[in-house]
Design a protein around this ligand. Structure first.
Ligand code: NAP
Length: 329
């Protein structure tokens, strides 16, 4: 397996969402030799947001534009961005290694894990079969195809509410199907849902099956969560927003995660493995917001700079790996 250059980086950032890009900005300003590895387009989940209204300094900005601004800002400091797939993170005593799909590897004194999360699936019949033919996890990407049509949105959180409001501008009718009798979404979004006459909330219901004809999705089968009664909604699209799962596949064994698979870190965003940090939606936290991911990116980069400085100066106060990793290092 080849090494990508002989040098050891100060910092490798894995993932180019708001957490990773913010870390890139702070790392470059701290003069860390840094590379950010991201196989998709920079921005992560932020790219999928139609309208961002709560990032300070921007009353309204599209997720795509904010992503571009983050990316341009990081690149203005000369951040090296590598469009490759990362396949393994290997902690070590002296430096940590990131293996790439092409067979090469990168080495660095510190790593920031910023891999984010992916939309959760309902796992009901028809969901995977009709993905792309009426089943979607992104209103901004696919909403246009449902102009003047009827769609079902599943979920009761901020994402479902925001996406239902977006779809209501395009679709003839939006059913918002929620499994309880109260939404989890913020009050401001709940009020907007109520005020939108294109949106009808279907309370206490879960989707059990997605039906299709030769044109794609044609109906969604529901079950009442209180009395079990079945119901069918005729709709050409179903948009699923029921939260997401952390992208923790690359998190090495020995790094502490909670029961839901989110990585646990301290106030510096450092994991239980010295020199390995975590930011954004992959990290255990109270709320998942762009501003929080960005703040964590800056925290982790500043902490990484301190860690690298100590490491290079030979001060080893933070260099002990947890026992689970010692045998692998
Ligand atoms: P979320 O807050 O976890 O909400 C997921 C929703 O899906 C909940 O209402 C949940 O129901 C429902 N659900 C989960 N599993 C289900 C299943 N199997 N079948 C049916 N329904 C199911 O996820 P999110 O809305 O994606 O938001 C994630 C985080 O991002 C949150 O912290 C949110 O505040 C934040 N966010 C913020 C903004 C913003 O501020 N502009 C925008 C988007 C997201 P229950 O309520 O019954 O659990």
């Amino acid at each position: 397996m080849g090494e990508k250059g002989n040098d050891i980086y100060d910092l490798i950032i894995v993932g180019g969402g708001p957490g990773g890009l913010s870390a890139g900005i702070y790392a470059m300003r701290a003069a860390l030799k840094t590379v950010l590895v991201e196989m998709g387009s920079p921005g992560g989940q932020m790219m999928l947001s139609d309208e961002v209204e709560n990032y300070p300094g921007f009353e309204h900005i599209s997720g795509a534009e904010l992503s571009m601004k983050f990316s341009q800002h990081a690149q203005s400091y000369g951040l090296q961005m590598l469009a490759q797939e990362a396949v393994a993170v290997e902690p070590g005593m002296e430096f940590h290694t990131l293996r790439l799909a092409g067979g090469e590897s990168l080495r660095a004194y510190s790593i920031i894990l910023a891999m984010g999360g992916s939309p959760r699936k309902l796992n009901i019949p028809g969901e995977s079969e009709y993905h792309g033919r009426g089943v979607s996890y992104c209103a901004v990407c696919d909403g246009f195809f449902f102009k003047g049509r009827t769609v079902v949105v599943v979920g009761g959180g901020d994402t479902a509410a925001e996406e239902a409001l977006y779809l209501a501008k395009l679709a003839r009718k939006v059913y918002l199907v929620h499994r309880r009798d109260a939404l989890r979404a913020s009050m401001i979004l709940q009020q907007r849902l109520k005020d939108d006459c294109n949106i009808e909330i279907v309370w206490n219901a879960v989707a059990t099956e997605i039906l299709a004809d030769k044109n794609g999705v044609c109906a969604v089968r529901l079950k009442d969560t209180q009395n079990g009664a079945p119901r069918e909604l005729a709709a050409e699209g179903i948009f699923i927003f029921i939260g997401f799962n952390p992208n923790n596949q690359l998190v090495p064994a020995g790094i502490k995660m909670n029961a839901d698979g989110y990585v646990v870190a301290d106030e510096k965003c450092e994991t239980n493995t010295p020199g390995i940090f975590v930011v954004g939606d992959l990290k255990e936290k109270y709320a998942r917001q762009i501003v929080i991911a960005a703040a964590e990116g800056s925290t982790a980069a500043l902490a990484a700079a301190h860690y690298v400085e100590n490491k290079k100066a030979g001060r080893a106060e933070t260099c002990e790996l947890p026992p689970e990793l010692l045998k692998e290092a």
